[in-house]
Design a binder for this molecule. Sequence first.
Ligand code: SAM
Ligand code: SF4
Length: 376
Amino acid sequence: MQCALYDAGRCRSCTWVEQPIAGQLSTKMTDLRQLLTGMAVDEWREPVSGPEAGFRNKAKMVVSGSVERPIFGTAPRDGQAQDLTDCPLYPASFPPVFNALKPFIARAGLTPYNVARRRGELKYILLTESQQDGAMMLRFVLRSEAKLAQLRAALPALQAQLPQLRVISVNIQPVHMAIMEGEQEIFLTDQQALAENFNGVPLWIRPQSFFQTNPSVASQLYACAREWVRELPVNHMWDLFCGVGGFGLHCATPQMTLTGIEIAPEAIACARQSARALGLTRHYFQALDSTNFATAQASIPELVLVNPPRRGIGEALCDYLGRMAPDWIIYSSCNAATMAKDIRCLSGYRIRRVQLFDMFPHTAHYEVLTLLEKEN
Ligand SMILES: C[S@@+](CC[C@H](N)C(=O)[O-])C[C@H]1O[C@@H](n2cnc3c(N)ncnc32)[C@H](O)[C@@H]1O
Ligand code: SF4
């Protein structure tokens, strides 16, 4: 893919951008095969990919520069900030919003935060778009509430100019460190979540809850998990690290019992709302730590699906699953190295199927879906 910002040396985030997608996929497949070396795999499925450009539904922009001339992009290095509003990973609907936000920041007096001087208010802007109808969520990450009144006063004009901004909020991040978001979220609109829909399944995007950033590939991933689960005689499944419920809500039927566990309460509220909209009655979504939840259960359903963060599911959950031995485990991972390590810990399972999903084109990262079956 052509990226003028990469070519000009202004952004080097996509280290593989100069390689054709076919080459990227074959390198990723080689990496995955190496990580699973020594483990028998019954079926390697063809990798799944999506569009090369314009696929991201979310922009996370560091705000720097001055209040009159803010820059949206990367953190300044050697005093030089790079404007990445033309990044080709974003859809065509994003640059007009960025362009309208720059004068808005000046009008609202939101001085960009200067990391070196520890001064200023506006640290990041986070913009997410729903594929369903193009509605958007805009979040301002501010150092404090000092400029909140000014922001509120300037907001009606911005909303009139950009009616697609349905959810607007301020996140307060008072701490001087790399963590992007703080705990406090102040909604500036009545609407607190964006409606999304993948494969006919209603989902919600809202602040402080994880949502996949490549909707084209994520919807193929959920559809594939649904296909795999529907082939199996499953009456009850756990969806651990469920986020807003994408996997479980795709896989469950009205006859099945679905237990979804996720640490973020905001995400659990979204999952419950989607389950109700689907007419599911046997769903139990709880905001809990997945390992604490699982290890307190004396029985296990036929299927456990896990989709952990990059660190993997860890030893305690692996030990528990090995001991309780559900008939099937589906592992969806954005870090095949930790997934391979976890699977090696799980004795008594064979790998029925593996499929790579190219969720993060132009980088070495990828998602992988693995079906494990208990050996008799
Ligand atoms: C890779 S995301 C997957 C989310 C979801 N399955 C999806 O498809 O969008 C991992 C999720 O694990 C959650 N998480 C992190 N630590 C957790 C824990 N200890 N127990 C339960 N959930 C956790 C995160 O909040 C995040 O939503
Ligand atoms: S993140 Fe965007 S601007 Fe940076 S290299 Fe990738 S495509 Fe180019």
